[in-house]
Write a protein that binds this ligand. Structure first.
Ligand code: T1G
Length: 676
């Protein structure tokens, strides 16, 4: 846990708690002991603290939250570092995050490598820096920088930290320790952060709250962060610490923090495939082929290009190719115009892109991703052809969002090389990839699918082969009930508002209009059996046609549509439905509780490895509010028995195909939670 090395008169304390030097009890005890011995040893004139491995420290041990904390508590340990009569210097490489940066700010001086990352990401866990960070950072970096860092949770570089005064000296990694020792030896006396004067403009907090109102709306932690930093400008240091501690305690026990910590660990758990040997050999992916130059094919290609992996896009038509490549370039240029990438980066990404109508160009690709439209016959033809073109050992993936990957694989002679890589639109933005494991998918192909998804910055989740996999299968009952609610008396805007008030980025009808009302439509305008048929028959295919469930202006601003109201009224008349007032609560039960029910079925049928994987799918694939943890976590918070009784009360309205999940029923009778 802790190593110490005496360099003449400077004691080096090394935090060694792989993989991120989390400041769990053992490490805290070790630091405390080493510091005490340094203070008691006359030979020691100063102390340097650094982290072993790849970083300084990733902060407090998040797994300890919600459990009784044992001394030495981190705030007290940091206060004892600050109170040390001998100079203490932090030598920061890699990352100093959360409690890690707080340890460094309790030190009297700080050295860092230029590319180090210094940050206080606690707000992303629904808490705030609870070991003096809200009181020390403003003193070292100024109130503006402290507010931005603490409320956003975004780290800054060592270079930026030096410019702010948070870091005293920059050093190359090779000489960081040596320079820190020299700095400590030369330090005349401790410089206690708590004694650094702090000033703030009167309205800085009000201004900051107004400027960030939209971003922090509905969230507990950002508001508390602002309050804690404000306290630093108004109270004596120790009172400020007490205020910070009180705000921390209120947050850490709150639902939002529990949900955010759940998502943090859920994302990491999703990377683990319980029945795969840890040392599964990965296949080398050096070149990727994409079939289909449409919106998805282009977005998928961008993920690999941005990661420096060459892509060959194949499409049947030259103009489809030119259009698709043009969209890729346009998207990159848009990022460059917003300063998110340089023009040079745009050009180097585009230089990795090859586009051709020649299907044989895929012969040297290590991974080929089919991204054509959702038609099983078309996909099987493509995979049969691919089987004859792709090199042995190449992975053949389909981006299908609903269809049976095993059936697609059956069109080839190598089903073990076939899997699903289901990206979410816009594919170059949304983080989720459902890695669909076919019955024959080889272990190394599955493991490689997970690794390549992470390599391009995605969050992969393994899904089994059922209609719609995990995410889209849970959309089915939501969409069916949403449409039924329209016929029974609700409006699109009422249903959508329930979802946006819940925290979703958009509701079922806004989403249908964005994705395309015509997805899955049989394309026969004469055949009008459902609301979707009626809208599509009138060309109301969604935003792309300026008309779907809503009307859209040139800026795609939605307004309720009298035409849609008329179509719905017609349907009601034909079905003999007398519209009734629908409560928001009923909408929650029929469009959110039914999703939890479907998730429980997916779990018990084995199409998801664990309940938290389902949460990851919805947080990263559909924008489920992180501070509500995901549908399964939320279902446990609502209470399985409440969900079951509400569904049973509404059973006659949930459609003939609805069945209650046996797992939910079992959890009610036997007790227990969806999340285990
Ligand atoms: N506590 C406990 N476990 C942690 C951890 C932490 N702080 N950080 C990472 N892990 C585990 C993680 O679950 C995974 O476990 C393994 O380490 C590797 O992590 C008082 C209250 C540092 C940028 O929010 O952002 O300090 O899956 O895969 O990609 O004010 O980990 O292997 O079993 O993410 O190299 C504030 C959280 C805490 C930083 C490294 N700190 N960590 O990324 O590795 S609260 C944070 C990260 C706090 C104080 C407050 C990242 C990383 P497993 P990984 P990585």
């Amino acid at each position: 846990m802790i190593e110490t090395h005496l360099h003449d008169d400077v004691l080096e304390i090394v935090m060694n708690n792989p993989p991120v030097n989390a400041l769990g009890l053992g490490l805290r005890e070790g630091i405390d002991k080493a510091l005490r011995s340094a203070l008691a040893d006359d030979k020691v004139k100063a102390v340097v603290i650094r982290g072993a491995g790849k970083l300084f420290s990733g902060g407090a041990d998040i797994t300890e939250f919600g459990r009784p904390h044992a001394a030495p508590h981190l705030p007290n340990l940091i206060n004892s570092i600050e109170a040390s009569a001998k100079p203490v210097v932090a030598a920061i490489h890699g990352m100093a995050l959360g409690g890690g940066l707080e340890i460094a700010m309790g030190c009297h001086y700080r050295l860092a490598v230029h590319a180090a990352k210094l940050g206080l990401p606690e707000v992303t866990l629904g808490i705030l820096p609870g070991a003096g960070g809200t009181q020390r950072l403003p003193r070292l970096a100024g109130v503006d920088a402290a507010l931005n860092m603490i409320v956003s949770g975004t780290p800054i570089s060592g270079e930026k930290a030096a410019a702010l005064g948070l870091v005293d000296q920059l050093a190359p990694e090779a000489t960081l320790l040596e320079q820190a020792i020299a700095f400590a030896r030369a330090a005349k006396a401790p410089r206690r952060t708590r004694d650094v004067p702090l000033t703030a403009e009167d309205d800085v907090f009000e201004r900051f709250s107004v400027e960030n109102a939209r971003k922090i709306a509905g969230l507990d932690a950002p508001r508390a962060c602002i309050e804690a930093v404000k306290a630093a400008t108004e109270m004596p240091f120790d009172d400020g610490l007490a205020k910070e501690a009180a705000l921390f305690d209120a947050l850490v026990d709150g639902d939002q923090s529990k949900a955010l910590r759940h998502v943090f660990f859920a994302e990491r758990a999703a990377a683990k495939i319980s029945d795969l040997p840890k040392d599964t050999q990965l296949r080398a992916i050096k070149k990727v082929g994409v079939i289909g130059a449409g919106t998805m094919g282009g977005g998928i290609s961008m993920n690999f290009l941005s990661a420096g992996i060459p892509v060959t896009i194949v499409d049947m038509g030259q103009d489809a190719l030119e259009r698709g490549v043009g969209v890729v370039r346009k998207n990159y240029e848009a990022s460059a115009s917003k300063g998110r990438m340089t023009q040079a980066q745009v050009e180097s990404a585009m230089a990795l892109l090859t586009s051709t109508v020649d299907f044989n160009a895929l012969a040297d690709c290590d991974l080929v991703i089919e991204a054509v439209y959702e038609n099983m016959e078309v996909k099987k033809q493509i995979f049969a052809r691919l089987d004859g073109v792709a090199k042995p050992g190449a992975m053949l993936a389909s981006n299908t969002s609903f269809l049976n990957v095993d059936e697609i694989a059956s069109a080839t002679g190598r089903p073990s090389d076939v899997l699903g890589l289901h990206f979410f639109s816009p594919a170059n933005v949304m983080k989720l990839v459902e890695v669909v494991r076919g019955a024959s998918t080889a272990p190394d192909a599955l493991a490689t699918g997970m690794e390549i998804a992470r390599r391009i910055g995605k969050v992969p989740v393994v899904a089994g082969v059922c209609y719609g996999f995990i995410g889209n299968r849970m959309l089915l009952p939501r969409q069916a009930n949403a449409e039924a609610l329209l016929l029974e008396g609700a409006t699109p805007e009422q249903v959508d508002r329930v979802h946006t008030n819940f925290g979703m980025p958009m509701g079922p009808f806004q989403m249908a209009d964005l994705a395309g009302v015509d997805i899955g439509w049989h394309r026969d305008p004469a055949r009008v059996e459902t609301l979707q048929d009626a809208l599509c028959a009138q060309g109301r295919w969604g935003q792309k046609k300026q008309a779907g469930y809503y009307d859209y202006d040139a800026k795609r601003k939605p307004t309720p549509s009298p035409i849609v109201a008329g179509i719905v009224a017609d349907f009601r008349r034909k079905a003999g439905i007398v519209p009734r007032l629908i409560s928001d609560e009923e909408i929650v039960v029929r469009t959110l509780y039914t999703m939890v029910n479907e998730g429980a079925k997916i779990l018990e049928e084995g199409f998801a490895q664990r309940a938290s994987d389902i949460d990851v799918v919805w947080v990263y694939g559909y924008g489920w509010p992180r501070h509500k943890g995901g549908p399964m976590f939320w279902g446990d918070q609502v209470g399985v028995s409440n969900i079951v009784s509400a569904l049973e009360r509404n059973a006659d309205r949930l459609g003939t195909g609805f069945t209650l999940s046996p797992l939910l029923k079992r959890l009610v009778t036997e007790g227990g939670k969806l999340g285990g």
